[in-house]
Design a protein around this ligand. Structure first.
Ligand code: 5GP
Length: 114
């Protein structure tokens, strides 16, 4: 049983502003948004990060991106654009070791990231 904050949210032990739920993942609003829209798409399966993905998880990982696309469309971001981010490990600033895709949009996002 996972002990990260996302596992606790998945078990409904911690409240969250959930915007999507299906059999494979949930999506919720980030508690500390970095853009007008900042969602996290989180698989129900406990995978610590990109390096923990196994070949058999390919369809699940693809599903996270399909959900991200659908949410971006639902929020009207497909024209203006948006960014999907997966921080992996210390150098990337990963803080929650349960795989998640950030969906950021609603403002001009600069590049390169800090
Ligand atoms: P990471 O740095 O691991 O890529 O991203 C973790 C994200 O989870 C951060 O953007 C952080 O604000 C968010 N976060 C951490 N704790 C909570 C929480 O309890 N609820 C929600 N909704 N987001 C959280």
């Amino acid at each position: 049983m996972g002990n990260t904050v996302f596992s606790k949210i998945l078990r409904k032990e911690i409240p969250a502003d959930i915007v999507h739920e299906d059999e494979l993942c949930i999506a919720l609003r980030d508690i500390n948004p970095q853009a007008p829209t900042h969602l996290l798409i989180i698989p129900r399966q406990e995978i610590a990060g990109i390096d923990g993905i196994e070949d058999a998880d390919a369809a699940l990982v693809g599903h996270l991106f399909v959900v991200a696309r659908d949410l971006a469309r639902k929020l009207g971001l497909e024209e203006s654009g948006y960014r999907l981010v997966i921080n992996t490990g210390a150098d990337a600033g990963q803080t929650v070791f349960h795989l998640h895709v950030h969906l950021l949009g609603g403002r001009t996002l600069t590049w390169p990231p800090g």
